[in-house]
Ligand binder design. Structure first.
Ligand SMILES: [Zn+2]
Length: 250
């Protein structure tokens, strides 16, 4: 099944459609079995509703999530499987995925974020799913699982069938100029949405690190010439003082 959703500003009516994304997620339990995470979906009435809102904190937390087995397990214990749906099951079902599967799908979102940051580049297609971006339209090829449209006072609401689809739509709906990756290579939370367009770093410590690096770079490039000019200026002052001692007016 192919679902097309377009984000349109109608120039004639000057009408911008508001679309929000939600997803239901939640697990009862999960455990590690070798390199697999095996878990059980939460019961229908225990599923939590996650909603897309700038600054996309859920997406950002997912992108910055550690990828150790324990951290991935922690994610699964709360949210379940990335690409399977907890609905429309009446009884909670089981899920299973490998640690590599989780890391690969997380990496695909990180790559998408980074390519959108730099310039328009459609993400590489992967078997079984996901996006094609064409001139502002998003096409999502989804499996035959529950998704639904509804509306409330603030606009249309799309209920995503899976966490991954929710995360992807959230990412695609963030204005591209607000996507950031912190330039500090040792930063633990490099992905963030810039609330202020001038912000390039995720935090003050990272900003100080970048400023320090810029200073080091400047000194490496210009330090020698600067020191030479300074030595020359000091030398000239000494010569002037020698030729015109204090009180000796010209
Ligand atoms: Zn940072």
């Amino acid at each position: 099944m192919v679902l097309g959703c377009e984000f349109i500003v109608n120039p004639a009516m000057k009408l911008q459609r508001n679309i929000r994304f939600i997803v239901l997620a939640g697990a009862e339990d999960a455990r590690l079995e070798g390199d697999d995470v095996v878990g059980k979906w939460a019961k229908h009435d225990k599923l939590r509703r996650i909603e897309s809102k700038l600054p996309s904190s859920f997406l950002v937390r997912f992108l910055n999530w550690e990828d150790s087995p324990e951290a991935i397990l922690r994610f699964a214990r709360v949210h379940g499987h990335l690409l399977e749906s907890p609905i429309p099951r009446k009884e909670p079902g089981d899920f299973r995925f490998s640690l590599e599967f989780w890391r690969n799908w997380r990496q695909s979102l990180r790559s998408n974020w980074e390519s959108r940051m730099r310039a328009f580049k459609p993400p590489p297609s992967r078997p079984g799913v996901v996006t094609i971006e064409v001139s502002g339209s998003v096409l999502i090829e989804s499996r035959p699982i529950a998704h639904a449209w509804s509306c409330d006072r603030s606009g249309l609401v799309y209920s995503c069938p899976t966490l991954y689809e929710f995360l992807l739509l959230d990412l695609l709906s963030i204005p591209r100029e607000r996507l950031r990756k912190c330039p500090n290579p040792s930063c633990k939370t490099p992905y963030f949405v810039a609330e202020n367009l001038r912000h390039q770093c995720c935090s003050s410590p990272c900003k100080h690190w970048v400023q320090h690096q810029a200073k080091l770079l400047w000194w490496a490039e210009h330090g020698r010439a600067w020191r030479k000019r300074r030595r020359k200026a000091i030398h000239e002052v000494k010569i002037r003082r020698k030729n015109h001692p204090k009180g000796d007016k010209q």
